[in-house]
Design a protein around this ligand. Structure first.
Ligand SMILES: NC(=O)c1ccc[n+]([C@@H]2O[C@H](COP(=O)([O-])OP(=O)(O)OC[C@H]3O[C@@H](n4cnc5c(N)ncnc54)[C@H](OP(=O)(O)O)[C@@H]3O)[C@@H](O)[C@H]2O)c1
Length: 285
């Protein structure tokens, strides 16, 4: 059996490969990478590294030869119309290569999320191609909120958002990577979809309290307006677009758009990394 992991030089794909290496010999793992220069460590580990580009169907066909299963990590491109084409290229090549099981990184509760239409398109394309599937409907990455930038919040003693008391069902990339490795190496996950979100969503008040405990410095959460957050982010050097996107995510949180929870992640991996552990890691760096 050979398992292909696309996006293998990316943040999620690299973590999946680490989990797979604990469960199978490296020669059974195919790393699908668009830039071979970034894959020297994978090669040193004895992994079968193959060039594949979502924009070039020929390279995808070559990369999938002799493979049994595929972890298809969705394209990070910002142009959703292009992503639809890239995803279709991979799905058609997987069907032609006789892939027996495809696990696709979709987005949590995609069917109700206007920003996840591109993932629904990929889910339908996989079903249309009649490839046995597992839809890994990943929640938002915790690392978007909990990362070394929290050092600045410790210094200023506050976190400013426009999320009010909204809750966040985010998951660490490493937990999502373990869930993907589990689905690829265990039987019984075919033709299912999992909403991989926290079953214990946190608020920014909770996060401020955890940061205070971990750092030993009091940090409070201040909920202000969309424009105040956006302007503050631009003032510390963020681009207008990224600042508006960040404040937009806080809006979604305020409206309850990230509070829905399930037990799917716990059922797959048996735990979730608590936010205290994530904050400790973020503040260590
Ligand atoms: N759940 C969430 O909160 C969330 C947030 C953002 C994105 N996502 C989605 O989750 C995916 C994985 O996340 P991540 O953090 O691992 O992202 P990432 O670190 O940006 O990794 C994306 C991977 O896709 C590869 N890639 C990009 N364009 C490609 C192409 N044309 N052909 C083949 N490979 C290509 C990249 O290759 P290089 O290493 O050569 O760049 C990289 O390995 C993203 O791609 C995106 O679709 C989810």
């Amino acid at each position: 059996m050979k398992i292909v992991v696309t996006g293998a030089t990316g943040k999620l794909g690299s973590l999946v490969i680490q989990h797979l290496l604990k469960r199978m010999p490296p020669s059974h793992i195919i790393a699908f990478v668009r830039n071979l220069d970034k894959a020297t460590d994978l090669m040193k580990n004895g992994i079968d590294v193959r060039k594949g580009d979502y924009n070039e169907p020929e390279t995808i066909r070559n990369a999938l030869q002799d493979a049994t299963k595929l972890l298809f990590i969705s394209s990070p491109d910002s142009d959703d119309a292009l992503r639809v084409v890239q995803h279709a290229n991979v799905i058609k090549a997987a069907r032609d290569a006789g892939i027996e099981h495809i696990a696709y990184t979709s987005f949590a509760f995609a069917e109700n999320n206007p920003f996840a239409v591109v993932h629904m398109a990929a889910e339908y394309a996989i079903r249309a191609a009649k490839i046995p599937y597992t839809f890994l409907r990943n929640g938002g990455y915790s690392e978007f909120f909990i990362n070394p930038l929290l050092q600045a919040n410790v210094k200023s003693g506050k976190i400013m958002t426009n999320s009010n008391n909204g809750k966040v069902n985010s998951v660490s990339r490493d937990d999502l990577a373990l869930a993907a490795a589990t689905v690829l190496t265990e039987g019984g996950h075919e033709n299912r979809g999992y909403n991989l979100v926290s079953n214990n969503p946190w608020s920014f008040d909770d996060l401020a309290q955890v940061i205070s405990e971990v750092s030993g410095t009091p940090v409070i959460h201040q909920s202000v307006t969309f424009h105040e957050v956006k302007n503050a982010l631009v003032q510390v050097g963020m681009s207008e677009t990224y600042a508006a996107m960040t404040a937009g995510i806080y809006n979604t949180i305020a409206e309850g758009g990230m509070e829905k929870h399930t037990d799917d992640l716990h059922r797959l991996i048996g735990f979730e990394t608590p936010i205290k552990e994530q904050v400790e890691k973020a503040l260590q760096n």
